[in-house]
Design a protein around this ligand. Structure first.
Ligand SMILES: NC(=O)c1ccc[n+]([C@@H]2O[C@H](COP(=O)([O-])OP(=O)(O)OC[C@H]3O[C@@H](n4cnc5c(N)ncnc54)[C@H](OP(=O)(O)O)[C@@H]3O)[C@@H](O)[C@H]2O)c1
Length: 266
């Protein structure tokens, strides 16, 4: 039986930690990880990241560091040194940790168009840069930096979606990106035996992303569904979804590269 993931002294990188699910993951993981663990929080907004850092650091035995990483546009040299600079700032090296965790949470939803209207090359390029290119490059950098010989384990979690496995009208780009990110971890699982990988679909959450879905979805049935769920307040609370992710990691019985949904039985 594998040990619960969050029981090991870890360096844990969370992308999109300023708002919504990423913020909830950063705050709740920081309460569960053992002393000496380090959280590295990334997004475009350093002020909001630093607010999350200061909440985390109320627990003195946990460290947190924030850095700007725009997944949609990042200079290669800045990117190459992003995580090493954070480690240097925290005065640590990879070998002081038992485990490294990467949570690819950052994501965007728009442009929301029917397939027949998807002809804006610039908008699509930014979308895939943000949701795929930045995420793929960060995953590769994580594997280069945290070598299995230096620590017990490496865990990569992709925040996925029902949209990865089920088509949603007028959400083609989002569905494609989520399916591709799931496949990224399936390929990784086939390449690297000693990396744990999980695609976690967090359920529909009342975040900025869903506010935008309820306003800008072109398919009228899907738009109405989001409007109604928001009005009835029936969406999944971010902290509840994070709790489910933590339970999946506690049990640590998931198959590498698998897709696990919030609504699945543990
Ligand atoms: N909400 C849902 O119902 C739902 C359902 C299934 C899956 N998901 C997935 O869950 C994840 C989090 O979603 P959410 O609802 O919490 O979204 P959200 O509230 O819109 O937050 C998105 C996060 O991504 C970051 N981000 C956006 N663009 C970025 C960029 N170019 N570079 C770096 N970071 C960027 C944002 O940070 P900054 O703005 O500070 O850069 C923010 O922290 C996403 O992957 C989403 O697809 C959400």
């Amino acid at each position: 039986m594998a040990a619960p993931v969050l029981s090991k002294k870890s360096v844990c990188i969370v992308t999109g930690a300023t708002r919504g699910l990423g913020r909830s993951i950063a705050l709740m993981f920081s309460k569960k990880l053992p002393p000496g663990s380090l959280l590295i929080l990334l997004s475009r907004n350093i002020d909001l990241l630093n607010e999350v850092v200061s909440v985390i650091q109320q627990r003195v035995e946990i460290r947190a560091i924030a850095a700007v990483f725009d997944q949609g546009s990042c200079n290669q040299d800045t990117f190459n040194n992003l995580i090493t600079d954070c480690m240097t700032k925290a005065e640590v090296t990879p070998n002081v940790f038992e485990q490294a965790i990467l949570i690819n949470n950052a994501g965007t939803l728009e442009p929301l168009e029917f397939m027949r209207d998807l002809d804006n090359i610039a908008d699509m390029s930014i979308f895939f840069q943000t949701n795929l290119v930045g995420c793929i490059a960060l995953t590769a950098k994580f594997l280069q930096l945290f070598k299995s010989s230096l620590m017990d384990s490496r865990i990569i979690i992709n925040i996925s979606s029902l949209a990865a496995v089920s088509p949603m009208k007028s959400w083609a780009l989002y569905c494609m990106a989520k399916a591709a990110r799931d496949m990224m971890l399936k390929v990784l699982a086939s390449e690297e035996e000693n990396v744990r990988t999980l695609n976690y679909a967090p359920g529909p959450l009342p975040t900025d992303m869903v506010n935008s879905a309820s306003k800008n979805t072109k398919d009228s049935d899907l738009k109405k569904w989001f409007e109604e769920q928001l009005a009835k307040k029936t969406l999944v609370d971010c902290d509840d979804s994070t709790r489910k992710l933590m339970a999946v990691l506690d049990k640590n019985a998931f198959e590498n590269g698998s897709h696990v949904d919030y609504f699945d039985e543990l």
